[in-house]
Every structure is written in structure tokens, then in C-alpha cells.
Write a protein that binds this ligand. Structure first.
Ligand SMILES: [Fe+2]
Length: 198
């Protein structure tokens, strides 16, 4: 969707999405993070091969592009900004939404809204593709692969305190983990070990 509201592009493939990261001048450390997120997401997708309903291309493109909003802000609003960027470039909203929903923010009151600098609303992953990307992102801190999502949230709890929005984010993340594990046939190896580059 562009400013005129037109959807003029389809979901990019992996190399097109990589090129777009460079064209949009996404910082190199964010690109490396995004490649790792895509790599982790790939492992999950591979484990869910029996689920033909997954749009693999959407997962990989979304994983690579989820942080494009960081070209303008490193704050909590980078998800909303990223969605606007992709829509303005004419991409479908099912790709743009990934930027907004990977934050796993449920902003329920004005206090949280003012703290994060984003409007009250639910920025939560709903589709399987959105869930895979949001979960993978929480397992990659910068360029470091974490052994659990708890590790990620513990870092935030120490930095920002046990804010309601973070406690809820961790709860949702654990629910996503459970859902993915069930879909993957409880393959525990899915959630541990090293991640290879895509
Ligand atoms: Fe992000």
C-alpha cells in the first residue's frame, strides 16, 4: 500500500528483502540481527513442514524486515513506524503488520501509552507467521542467540522494571512457544542449540 492506499508490490523473496534493507539504509547491526531472526524462524518453519498453510516467503521476508522502523527510531514506536514504511512502499499489510506485532505490546492504558510513546492498542502477533517472527526475534538479542525467551525478558525487567506490558509480553511469548512446540510435535531440539545462518 502506498500513501494513496495502493498495494503495488508483492511479498519480496529473501534476496529482494535483503536488498531492501540496504536500500532503506538499515544499520548493519540491525541487518545482522534480522538475518539471525530469519535463520531462527527458518528452523521453526522447517519443523512445521506438515503445516502447508504457512506462507514461508512471508515468514522470511517478515523476519528480515521486521525492524525497518529502526531507521527512524530505536524506541518502542519502531514497530508502528516500520509498518508505515512498508505500507508507504506499496507492500501488503500482511507483511507490514509483522513490524508492529513483533513487539508483542499490549498497550492497555494511558500510563503505558505515555511510557512507550505509542497509542493504546494491541500490537500482538495473531497469524502463525507473525507468531514465528515475534518469537524468533525474542530468542535473538542483537546478534546473540539466547537459550530462552525468559533470558530476553529478564534483561528488560532489569533495565525497565517488571512493567505490566513486559510481563504480559513474556506470558504471550510462552504461549506462542507452547503452540509452536505442539505444532512441531514437541520437538524440543527446536528451541535449543545453535542457529545456523540462512
Ligand atoms: Fe524490533
Amino acid at each position: 500500500m502506498t500513501k494513496s492506499g495502493k498495494e503495488t508490490r508483492s511479498i519480496p523473496n529473501y534476496s529482494e528483502a535483503l536488498t531492501l534493507l540496504h536500500v532503506l539504509r538499515v544499520p548493519w547491526n540491525v541487518i545482522k540481527h534480522s538475518i539471525l531472526v530469519a535463520s531462527f524462524a527458518k528452523r521453526i518453519v522447517e519443523s512445521l513442514k506438515n503445516d502447508n498453510s504457512i506462507d514461508e516467503n512471508l515468514v522470511f521476508a517478515g523476519a528480515l524486515l521486521h525492524d525497518v522502523g529502526r531507521t527512524k527510531s530505536h524506541g518502542a514506536d519502531h514497530g508502528i513506524i516500520g509498518r508505515k514504511i512498508l505500507l508507504s512502499l506499496g507492500f501488503p499489510d500482511r507483511l507490514a503488520r509483522v513490524c508492529e506485532t513483533h513487539t508483542i505490546f499490549s498497550v492497555e492504558d494511558e500510563e503505558t501509552s505515555n511510557m512507550l510513546g505509542i497509542p493504546v492498542g494491541e500490537y500482538l502477533p495473531k497469524t502463525l507467521e507473525e507468531k514465528i517472527i515475534a518469537y524468533s526475534d525474542k530468542r535473538i538479542h542483537g546478534e546473540r542467540i539466547l537459550s530462552s525467551v525468559e533470558e530476553r525478558y529478564e534483561y528488560w525487567f532489569k533495565r525497565f522494571g517488571e512493567q505490566k506490558v513486559l510481563v504480559k509480553g513474556l506470558k504471550i511469548c510462552k504461549e506462542i512457544e507452547k503452540e509452536l512446540a505442539v505444532l512441531a510435535g514437541q520437538k524440543k531440539q527446536l528451541f535449543v542449540g545453535k542457529v545456523r545462518w540462512a
